[in-house]
Design a binder for this molecule. Structure first.
Ligand SMILES: *Cc1c(COP(=O)(O)O)cnc(C)c1O
Length: 321
């Protein structure tokens, strides 16, 4: 196997400097109702309020900032169902870098429209028939553009590590942190930071049950690939963990847990009714995972990463009904 260039906590600190003043320091919300009901102190880190409505802007911005001047001139390519597309598109616009995004034709309309608005060139593909990697790689080879993966890249992982860095800076010690898992970038970045700053804090990665490739991969000790999972969590409709992500995850983690779509909907309702915030299904994985495991926690300080809030209004209404 090729030797991977894995990011460290030091890279998270560098990323924090790279994105400072451009990415938002997102708010941390609490619910007195939930704290009293569950007898814990729960802190929600709200990346649904990040620029573009999801955390992926952090990793994309860090990765784009670190490109050579030559690469910045030629441009970047990304393949993404949505939030990474928007993250790369906006970061590219802010840094004056041409961007081409390869998107599935059935991606949420809000995500397609936003990516267009940020000025990126979009190429559509059928995610059930065509390989997005193949299409993107052809673009990279033809044009010499830099491919920016949504997770499997040291600079992207380091960028995502800044989320929990901010959370710890603002609330201090935590006993456990719950993080959604798709390709594993935000989980890997979280682990780099948490294992350095709070070595005793437990980190839970949470996947949709239909797409439990990460859980299987940890159990088997190697990356397991699955078919495109059928879940409302479109940000976690991933088929396998990134190699860099998995290397970090397997070093630090013993378990990834899963939740059903119905549990994601319960969490969505809670966010709407109690916190008055819009969270997309994938962004609900952390809370749903905590609620599933909450009997293990009493009088604990819990961090939950809300990863994004981009959901078509019709779909949102349908899910809440
Ligand atoms: C991408 C994404 C995830 C999963 O992140 P990975 O780094 O791929 O594991 C979770 N939630 C939202 C909202 C996302 O956009």
């Amino acid at each position: 196997m090729m030797k991977l260039n894995l990011p460290t906590y030091q890279n998270v600190i560098e990323a924090e400097k790279n994105i400072k003043g451009i990415a938002h320091t997102t708010p941390v919300l609490t619910s007195t109702y939930l704290n009293q009901k569950l007898n814990n102190e729960i802190f929600f880190k709200c990346e649904n309020f990040q620029k573009t409505g999801a955390f992926k802007f952090r990793g994309a911005l860090n990765a784009l900032k670190k490109l050579s001047e030559q690469q910045k001139k030629i441009g970047v390519v990304a393949f993404s169902g949505g939030n990474h597309a928007q993250g790369v598109a906006l970061a590219a616009r802010l840094l004056n870098i041409p961007a081409t995004i390869v998107m599935p034709i059935d991606a949420p309309k809000t995500k397609i429209d936003a990516t267009k608005e940020y000025g990126a060139n979009i190429i559509f593909f059928d995610r059930y028939k065509e390989s997005r990697e193949k299409i993107a790689n052809e673009l990279v080879n033809q044009r010499g553009a830099a491919l920016i993966p949504s997770a499997d890249h040291p600079d992207v992982i380091a960028g995502q590590g800044t989320i929990v860095k901010e959370l710890i800076d603002s609330v201090g010690n935590l006993d456990a942190i719950f993080v959604p898992v798709g390709s594993g970038g935000v989980l890997a970045g979280t682990l780099l930071t948490v294992k350095k700053l709070l070595p005793n804090c437990e980190v839970y990665g949470i996947e949709p049950e239909a797409g439990n490739d990460g859980q299987q991969s940890l159990k088997e000790g190697k990356i397991i690939r699955i078919d495109v999972p059928n879940t409302i969590a479109d940000g976690a409709q991933t088929q396998y963990l990134g190699e860099h992500c998995f290397s970090i995850i397997k070093n630090y983690m013993s378990e990834i847990d899963t939740v059903q779509d119905s549990e994601l909907i319960e969490s969505m309702k809670f966010f709407t009714e109690r916190l008055k915030i819009v969270v997309e299904p994938t962004g609900c994985l952390g809370l749903a995972g905590f609620l599933k495991n909450q009997s293990k926690f009493k009088n604990k300080k819990i961090g939950i990463i809300i990863t994004g809030g981009n959901v078509d209004i019709e779909k949102y209404g349908m899910l809440l009904e």
